[in-house]
Design a binder for this molecule. Structure first.
Ligand SMILES: CC(C)(COP(=O)(O)OP(=O)(O)OC[C@H]1O[C@@H](n2cnc3c(N)ncnc32)[C@H](O)[C@@H]1OP(=O)(O)O)[C@@H](O)C(=O)NCCC(=O)NCCS
Length: 323
């Protein structure tokens, strides 16, 4: 009997967020991800404008227990190709039974239908990511024809150590984030990340959703201005679930960006130094971020000089679905 017959497959809804969080916790512990995502973090997925849970999500149940899931995330642009994303996982007790293969095949079918609604006639590929050291996930993607395409480094810095002195770039004012600066932050974010691999523009709804995250911490977020011109941005997140699970305060930095016109003046370095000091002063013991290992704008070197070291490597796996 296949798991399609043996288990119950249905879309995820917010009422199952606790079961989903339990599944994610089990997979994260098995894979030693040190992320500790909780129910309140997963609930934010349901208001993401790029996600349609009725057609783009599925969970596998053994009785009342969620034992696997898959999500398909559409993108805002399809030029030259709509590179949809998928994420998912199988409970460690249910691995090696073909459930991961069935979830990935489900994701490919779901990606095609989501794609045909948004970008009919355009090419489509599907991208997933896994830790480079998780042999099972790497083998699963490979067996389904995915190519390892890009590597991302998770880097952390010890905020209890001596932090590098901040050099203030001439003519640049560093300002703490405030709600009225949100559009300046969006401008910097949009322009800076145009140079990032596989980036698509954030819509106004996407930006509002990102900035409404319960993890966002304005006190650990700064902009850099030259006169009235916003040039640089650093944003900070704090995950209560991480603190509860580990007893440690870690500042996650989802965004560091400088508009092209402001680059190579030390703005990102100064913004990072500022946020690291602010967090350290409030008892944070570490800061963490993710970065493209082959960043064309040299972000890895910038972070190394700021005291960050590589902790783990993620690999993006891509398969063309519609040519
Ligand atoms: C990566 C990024 C944030 C760097 O921003 P930045 O403000 O130019 O960063 P800095 O000026 O502090 O440092 C960049 C370089 O300029 C150099 N620099 C700093 N001050 C300088 C000065 N006064 N004169 C000349 N060079 C200088 C730095 O030494 C560094 O050198 P390197 O590239 O050889 O390592 C920016 O290029 C960007 O937004 N990239 C796209 C988005 C992205 O990838 N973000 C990071 C991933 S989350």
């Amino acid at each position: 009997m296949t798991s399609q017959q043996q288990f119950d497959w249905r879309p995820i809804d917010p009422g199952q967020a606790a079961a989903w969080a339990a599944l994610v916790a089990a997979t994260e512990a098995e894979d030693r991800q040190d992320e500790h995502v909780a129910e309140q973090d997963l609930l934010e997925f349901f208001t993401d404008p790029d996600l349609d849970f009725s057609s783009g999500s599925v969970a596998v149940y053994d009785g009342g227990e969620m034992i696997g899931y898959s999500l398909v995330i559409a993108r805002t642009e399809a030029d030259p190709v709509h590179q949809a994303r998928c994420m998912g996982g199988v409970h460690p007790r249910y691995r090696q039974r073909g459930i991961g293969s069935q979830l990935l095949e489900w994701a490919e079918r779901a990606a095609e239908s989501v794609h045909n609604e948004r970008f009919p006639g355009q090419p489509l590929s599907l991208g997933g990511r896994c830790l480079a050291r998780t042999d099972g996930a790497v083998a699963l993607f490979s067996a389904h024809g995915y190519q390892e395409s890009r590597w991302f480094l998770r880097m952390s810095s010890d905020l209890t150590a001596d932090l590098p002195a901040i050099q203030h770039p001439a003519g640049v004012r560093i300002v703490g984030f405030a709600p009225e600066l949100s559009q300046d932050a969006r401008l910097v974010h949009d322009e800076a990340f145009r140079d990032h691999w596989d980036w698509t523009e954030m819509t106004a709804e996407g930006w509002a959703h990102f900035m409404a995250s319960q993890a966002f911490r304005p006190a650990y977020s700064f902009l850099g201005y030259d006169g009235d011109e916003p040039l640089g941005l650093v944003l900070g997140h704090e995950y209560d679930s991480y603190t509860q699970a580990t007893g440690r305060l870690d500042l996650y930095i989802p965004t560091v960006g400088t508009r092209r016109a402001g680059r190579r003046r030390g703005i990102a370095t100064a913004l990072l130094g500022r946020v690291m000091r602010a967090a350290a002063a409030d008892g944070f013991v570490s800061a963490t971020l993710d970065v493209d290992a082959d960043s064309p704008t040299g972000a890895v070197g910038l972070y190394e000089r700021a005291g960050f070291a590589v902790r783990d490597t993620w690999v993006t796996q891509i398969k063309p679905l519609i040519g």
